[in-house]
Design a protein around this ligand. Structure first.
Ligand code: NI
Length: 260
């Protein structure tokens, strides 16, 4: 069973002590490829350097909505300069977050818009974070779709079936993280069961949000197996079947084959 963790923050300091072991455990668990997702210009640079050190690691470049207030003069230009570097396979993470309020909302919208336009210029898929801002994210996706096609992923999806259906119609993939495994998440598992297999992805969002039964511990890419098994059960298929299709989806969306 081969898996891709489509969203891990491997550059974060939580992994500084044992990053090599974390990656070795991922490989041992069948997680052959990992998209290391950036949150700032500096983190984008680290993600690229990690991708240079391990064959199965790929990088995204971008500025997270919760980090855009800290972005310095020239940080966006630093991100732009990294597009086209080897193993840069996505833009983000970007999106909108009304939960933390770390960055003014209009600033988040401005950065989200820049990432959307960059996706349409470069063809790189976009990784979208949505927290307590579903209507705002959908409004910006509709506007962007009116200009040109969209491709990318609604990461750690927690929306309802109607939102999932519209995201699919707009051309996006849907990715589930540990949240879908929590006991109280039956409604989300019901939504997951409605997603066409060819648009489904799995991720950890490590080091955050460990899946059941590891909840509360630091998360790492090897744990994506638990999320996969839970989704397979919700969809009435085997983990091996779901691994095959989600891995093929991830490789196609992020172009991982051609980058290896
Ligand atoms: Ni993330």
């Amino acid at each position: 069973m081969l898996l891709v963790d489509t969203h891990a923050h491997l550059d974060q300091e939580e992994f500084n002590e044992d990053r090599g072991e974390v990656i070795a455990r991922a490989l041992a668990a069948g997680v052959e490829q990992i998209v290391c997702v950036a949150v700032s210009a500096a983190s984008s640079e680290v993600a690229i350097s990690l991708a240079g050190q391990w064959p199965g690691i790929f990088a995204s470049v971008g500025i997270h909505p919760n980090h855009c207030a800290q972005a310095g003069e020239g940080d966006w230009e630093r991100v732009l300069a990294l597009v086209g570097q080897p193993k840069v396979v996505a833009l983000g993470e970007t999106g909108l977050d009304r939960h933390w309020n770390y960055s003014p909302f209009e600033m988040q919208q401005d950065y989200f818009d820049r990432h959307l336009r960059l996706m349409q210029q470069t063809g790189l898929p976009i990784i979208i974070h949505t927290r307590e801002s579903e209507a705002d994210v959908m409004a910006m996706l509709r506007e962007a779709r009116s200009r040109a096609p969209l491709h990318g992923v609604m990461h750690s999806f927690v929306g309802d079936a109607a939102m999932a259906a519209e995201c699919l119609e707009l051309g996006m993939h849907i990715s589930f993280a540990g949240m879908v495994t929590f006991k109280k998440s039956q409604p989300l598992r019901d939504v997951a069961a409605t997603i066409p297999a060819e648009r489904l992805l799995v991720e950890t969002d490590s080091p955050y949000l460990s899946p059941h039964p590891l909840r509360g511990k630091r998360n790492e890419p090897a744990h994506v197996v638990h999320t996969l098994s839970c989704l397979a059960e919700a969809r009435g298929c085997t983990p091996a079947e779901l691994a095959a299709v989600t891995t093929a989806n991830a490789r196609l969306l992020f172009g991982l084959e051609s980058q290896n």
